[in-house]
Each structure stands twice: as structure tokens, then as C-alpha cells.
Write a protein that binds this ligand. Structure first.
Ligand SMILES: Nc1ncnc2c1ncn2[C@@H]1O[C@H](COP(=O)(O)OP(=O)(O)OP(=O)(O)O)[C@@H](O)[C@H]1O
Length: 234
């Protein structure tokens, strides 16, 4: 289980996360909602121990072990994967190379490039295409596939549906729901309430660096009037 407690994160002297407490249990799809600039990406970066922001208070524990102070590759070694905002692919590497640079083809355990291609047939068709030759949807599929190649127990997804056509968003929702059923924990950063509700079990809402609301997805589906002031409605 991922347990975030009273986290305060700074960029320079600017306090951006001000006492964030939340958790993600195994097999749970948890949505972190909030408008632009509220601190969602900062929380993801804090969990991954990326160089910025600086976490100056609180704890981020994974199965009881403190993550703060680790290097990002140490976080990844603990089976925590990131699908970053903007996908961050290598323009000159092929689809296959993006996957096999994480795990060589000789390793047959866990996720393999072939299993990723089974999940995303479109990527299989494009396996020899380079990062800069892919559409936005294909890039997002590859970003998810690449994250899975570390055989994660939890995946942090930073606005994976951003900029995608509605049909791609639906495809991605199906994949996220299926992954959740396999026992993977997923922290899904979203701005769109309805997109999050299509897949998640639980919802947190962030506003200016604080969690201002927590509810089960079932509660929010029944009545989300109290959340609307915090969210983008599309
Ligand atoms: N590298 C940085 N240096 C200084 N301030 C930053 C940096 N990155 C983000 N911020 C500021 O921190 C605040 C939170 O940003 P963050 O990117 O975490 O928000 P967000 O909720 O993920 O929004 P978005 O959906 O736009 O990504 C914003 O005020 C932003 O301007």
C-alpha cells in the first residue's frame, strides 16, 4: 500500500503541497482530481523522488518503507511506475526499443513486449515506428506499456487522457479498469470528473496543495454537487 502522510513540498521557497495525506491500496484505482496548477503533478513527482520539488515534511511509505530520500530509480525498483504527463518518449527510438530497453526480450516473466502488443494491437502494427512518428493516442499507449514493463505493483498516471480523441480516452479507460482488476494499484491524476468516474474506486480532490475532499466513486456517482466548484466539467 502507498501511504502519503502530511507531505509538504516546495519549489524553492514556494510551498506547493501543504500537508497532503492519502493512500492507494493494492488493486485500487484512485483518482486525484483538481484543476490546473493545484499540485497534482507535484505530488506525483514527490512520490517518485524526482529532483524537484523538495519534500520538507511528511512521509511517503510503500508497504511500510519510507520512499523519501531514495533516487527515482530506487522508487522504480520498488515496483512503482510512472506514466508522465506529456508521455516523454524518445523521438528516435522505435516502439519495440522503448519496451525492450526496460526489459530485454530474453526475459519471459511478467510483462513482455508481446504482452503489451496483445493489449495494444495498434502498437504491434507500429512496432518499428519511431517515437516521433506516432499519433498522440499511440504515444500514450506506449507510455502505459513502457511503465508496465517494470512489472509494477502501482502505477502513477499523470493525466493520461490529456489531448486524446474521445475514442482513445474510452480505450484507455477500458485498459485502466482491466489493469485495476489484475491487482495493480493505480493513482490516476485527472482534471475530468467523468473520465475518472468511468474507472476509479475512490476519489480525492486537490485544491491549492491540499486534499479538500475524499469519497468513494459510488458516492460521487450518486451526488457530485459538492465537488463541482473544484473541478473542470466537460
Ligand atoms: N518546477 C517548478 N518550479 C516552480 N513552481 C512550479 C514548478 N512546477 C510547478 N510549479 C508550480 O506549482 C504549482 C502546482 O503545479 P502542478 O504542476 O503540480 O499542478 P497540477 O495540479 O499538476 O496542474 P496541471 O494539471 O497543470 O499539471 C503551480 O502553481 C505551478 O506553477
Amino acid at each position: 500500500m502507498l501511504e502519503i502522510k502530511d507531505v509538504q513540498s516546495f519549489y524553492g521557497e514556494a510551498l506547493v503541497l501543504n500537508g497532503v495525506t492519502m493512500n492507494v491500496k493494492p488493486g485500487e484505482v484512485v483518482a486525484l482530481l483538481g484543476r490546473n496548477g493545484m499540485g497534482k503533478t507535484t505530488l506525483i513527482r514527490s512520490i517518485m523522488c524526482l529532483a524537484q520539488p523538495q519534500v520538507r515534511a511528511g512521509s511517503i511509505k510503500w508497504n511500510g518503507e519510507e520512499l523519501l530520500g531514495l533516487k527515482p530509480h530506487g522508487v522504480a525498483q520498488r515496483k512503482i511506475a510512472l506514466v508522465p504527463q506529456g508521455r516523454r518518449l524518445f523521438p528516435s527510438l522505435t516502439v519495440t526499443e522503448h519496451l525492450t530497453m526496460i526489459k530485454p526480450t530474453s526475459v519471459k516473466e511478467g510483462w513482455t513486449a508481446e504482452k503489451i502488443f496483445d493489449m495494444f494491437p495498434r502498437l504491434a502494427e507500429r512496432r518499428s515506428h519511431r517515437g516521433n512518428q506516432l499519433s498522440g493516442g499511440e504515444r500514450q499507449m506506449l507510455a502505459v506499456g513502457r511503465a508496465l514493463m517494470i512489472d509494477p505493483e502501482v502505477v502513477l498516471m499523470d493525466e493520461p487522457s490529456e489531448g486524446l480523441a474521445p475514442v482513445m480516452v474510452q480505450h484507455l479507460e477500458t485498459i485502466i479498469a482491466e489493469l485495476g482488476k489484475t491487482g495493480l494499484g493505480i493513482l490516476l491524476v485527472e482534471q475530468n470528473l467523468y473520465s475518472a468516474l468511468a474507472v476509479c474506486d475512490r476519489v480525492y480532490v486537490m485544491e491549492t496543495g491540499r486534499i479538500v475532499h475524499e469519497a468513494s466513486a459510488a458516492e460521487v456517482r450518486t451526488d457530485h454537487s459538492s465537488l463541482m466548484k473544484y473541478l473542470v466539467v466537460q
